[in-house]
Design a protein around this ligand. Structure first.
Ligand code: TRP
Length: 450
């Protein structure tokens, strides 16, 4: 114990490893589960346009900002803020990060648990044989039960903990490098199949034909919140990963690559889902159930469907794991670096707390369905406060920190590796971080919240 201060700090071993871990964090249920359903609920194309603008002008610059803070501070979020701005209250942002990490993880593992329940049921052949018109109630039976969803959420947490115990290079990096490319290939196969369905054009036009009359200030807030959620920014995940990135890496390039890959996967996931939704007359506004009732139908309509079904849910499960490890790592880095605790001990404590919070989340779809506050279940409250409040507020302060509190020289040094690389869009980045992001976040928050 306590040796972490003396031995060399763990970190990513290779360029491709960092990229895999950071995209692994970004790509997850946010892309495959959440993006299609909120796109469906918010009217399609117009929402997509707003989302893309949020990613490019706010999310991506923030991702770079988090990398900068992390690599400069070389510590967890609270430690990094303290080190870069000693004696000032900026570390409070880090405190928010830790709180958000607990909240997000507690409900994220519930959804990931549903995915694992599907993996198990498709392995046993059970899922593939459900009739198309019964898949909705089949899904509701799983989520409204007590034991099964809690059990699977626990398994997700356990797997996350097991990978994290291995550390950064041998745990996080090793798994991400192997798993992310497989996900991409399977998505491409599914996309081609989905596009070949009769009626697929309707789905595409829903996604890509913007009807701006459908936009509300709430949906703009949702788009902004989701841009943060999907890129894993606003919560210190990328500060933590940034602290493991070596001085040689090109941070701006990496931020662009992660943002592009993340957006690509979300779009591909939409292209798998919406043509199917329209081809089979499903509701694009089905909410959180959308992929769970759409995907089984996609597979039933394709050759080797049973095989692809198992494989695909397995991959969603894995994509979820590469995200959960990045969220848990924020907490673990904080506990080990602040209290000098061992990784094991930090994991035991945090995992127990997260599991306890996840129970009422899971029950929000069954026993506690009617326990609501302002019309929201426990699950909805965690989802809403984290995506639509904590992440944007976290992002707001991170942008102000990098834009104004850090020395401009230090920011430029981190972006250019002390002048060794040239970045053509540095002033655009500064403009985004100093003005566009903070102003947009404040306006969207004020309008979206009332
Ligand atoms: N980005 C991940 C997804 O899309 C989830 C995630 C990982 C996340 N780390 C995060 C969300 C930090 C918010 C903050 O599924």
């Amino acid at each position: 114990m306590g040796k972490s201060k003396l031995t060399k700090r763990d970190g990513f071993g290779s360029k491709i490893g960092v990229l895999a871990a950071a995209t692994g964090s970004a790509i997850g249920l946010g892309n495959i589960w959440k993006f299609p359903y909120i796109l469906g609920e918010n009217g399609g194309g117009a929402f997509l346009v707003v989302y893309l603008i949020c990613i490019a002008l706010i999310g991506m610059p923030l991702l770079l900002s988090e990398f900068i803070i992390g690599r400069r501070g070389k510590l967890n979020p609270i430690g990094s803020f303290n080190k870069l701005s000693p004696g000032k209250p900026w570390w409070i942002i880090g405190l928010f990060s830790i709180a958000s990490a607990f909240i997000i993880l507690s409900y994220y593992i519930v959804i990931a648990g549903w995915v694992f329940a599907y993996i198990y049921r498709s392995l046993t052949g059970n899922l593939f044989n459900v009739a198309c018109n019964e898949i909705g109630s089949y899904f509701d039976n799983i989520t409204s039960a007590v034991g099964e969803p809690i059990f699977w959420a626990f398994i997700v947490l356990l797997l996350t903990a097991l990978i994290i115990i291995g550390g950064v290079k041998n745990g996080i990096e090793k798994y991400s490098k192997l798993l992310m490319p497989i996900l991409l290939i399977i998505l491409i196969i599914l996309m081609i199949h989905s596009l070949s369905l009769p009626g697929s054009l309707k789905g595409l036009s829903f996604m890509f034909n913007p009807d701006f009359s459908k936009l509300t200030s709430k949906s703009i807030l949702t788009a902004l919140g989701h841009a943060f959620f999907s890129l894993s920014v606003g919560m210190g995940t990328m500060i933590t990963y940034g602290s493991y990135i070596s001085k040689r890496e090109n941070l701006p390039k990496m931020a662009v690559q992660v943002s592009i890959l993340d957006t690509l996967i979300a779009l591909m996931s939409g292209i798998v889902i919406f043509p199917t939704v329209f081809a089979f007359g499903l509701e694009p506004t089905s909410g959180p159930r959308l992929i769970f009732i759409t995907l089984p139908i996609v597979f039933q309509s394709m050759q080797f469907g049973e095989f692809f079904e198992t494989l695909f849910f397995l991959l969603i499960g894995i994509a979820a794991l590469t995200s959960t490890i990045s969220i848990l790592e924020v907490i673990i880095a904080f506990i080990t670096e602040t209290y000098n605790a061992s990784r094991k001990k930090a994991i035991k404590i945090s995992v127990s707390i997260i599991f306890l919070i996840s129970i009422p989340c899971s029950l929000s779809y069954g026993l506690m369905k009617h326990v609501t506050f302002l019309g929201k279940t426990f699950f909805d409250i965690l989802d809403f406060t984290s995506s639509n409040l904590l992440l944007p507020i976290g992002g707001l302060f991170i942008s102000i920190f990098v834009g104004f509190a850090m020395k401009k020289r230090d920011v430029i040094d981190e972006c250019t590796n002390r002048g060794r690389i040239r970045i053509g869009w540095l002033s655009l980045f500064m403009l985004c971080i100093r003005i566009i992001a903070p102003v947009a976040i404040i306006i969207v928050l004020i309008n979206g919240l009332n």
